[in-house]
Design a protein around this ligand. Sequence first.
Ligand SMILES: [Zn+2]
Length: 372
Amino acid sequence: MVITPVEISIKDLVNGFEDNAENGVRAYGKKLDIRPPYQREFVYNDKQRSKVIETVSKGYPLNTMYWAKRKDGTFEIIDGQQRTLSICQFVNNDFSFNFKTYKSLQESEKSRILDYKLSVYICDGDDKEKLDWFETINIAGAELTKQELRNAVYSGVWVTDAKRYFSKTNCAAYNIGSKYLSGEMNRQAYLETAIKWISGAKNDGEIREYMANHVDDENAKPLFDYFSNVIDWVKKLFPKYRKQMKSVDWGTLYKLYANSSNFNPVELENEIARLMQDTDEVQNQVGIYWYVFDHDRKHLNLRGFSDQQKTIMYERQKGLCPMCKGTENENKKWDFSEMDGDHIIPWSKGGKTVLENGQMLCRKHNHEKSDN
Ligand SMILES: [Zn+2]
């Protein structure tokens, strides 16, 4: 990978500046993508924008910015988006600094701004090198999310089409699926989720792999179709909507169970309704949507006895384990730390986490009991 330090004058930077809102923001003779289509909105406030203009008009240095060179010879800002936008917007008379717009400045003041040199690193290399590097510098800039970085690296027709489906205001993915997804759409969270769903990717490397394999596709329709199938399946199986459904990893459940005929919406709803009401015991309501498929209790994060309850039970039993009765440990007084709380009637049979349904067992017996 080649990283080239260059100086870019503000005069060259603002040349051809255009802000087409969601269709992107360009400058530098239209060769620089300041904000690619369907990316986050401008977030600097007036005070932050003014700081940038103050720095420039006093001739103080701004931190180095980072541009990525694309295959077609154009550039994309990786770090420095907000500063660059502030400068362009000021020269475009979009806001004033010290009660003055750019056009009301004296010629010498204008020249000082236009002649100001920005220090920019231009990065050119293969996808993996770029991404590694972007991620490293992004720690300092903290301007882009991981998916925004990946979009920059794998930019092209496919990514642009994917963003049209997954991150444009009122996009298709939003319209069908926003109730079932979490994260910020315009920070590319929906796109990231869709890629995870279709590819089964669990981490950054696997998401990149999928993107690398599709970077030259002519459109992202297959990705959207898959996403749409997942959402249709969810709506059919769980017609009653609950807000917890926003946080469920539907893509994984779809892969595991979409081909199974063992589940019907009425039975699922009955079980979900019952578990949702069990707010005393079920501490992870999102997990209910997993539990109804495999009935593994770990999804529910069932309530255990508190330290206070355990102390009361321990004193009540005088440190003896009721299940040790009739064994050599019948009269053994266990240390508090050697015992654990147990539900006499288990949760699956309706037992609650209350003192009347609790006892302390020695470790061996507690272990034996929770095994069956
Ligand atoms: Zn025991």
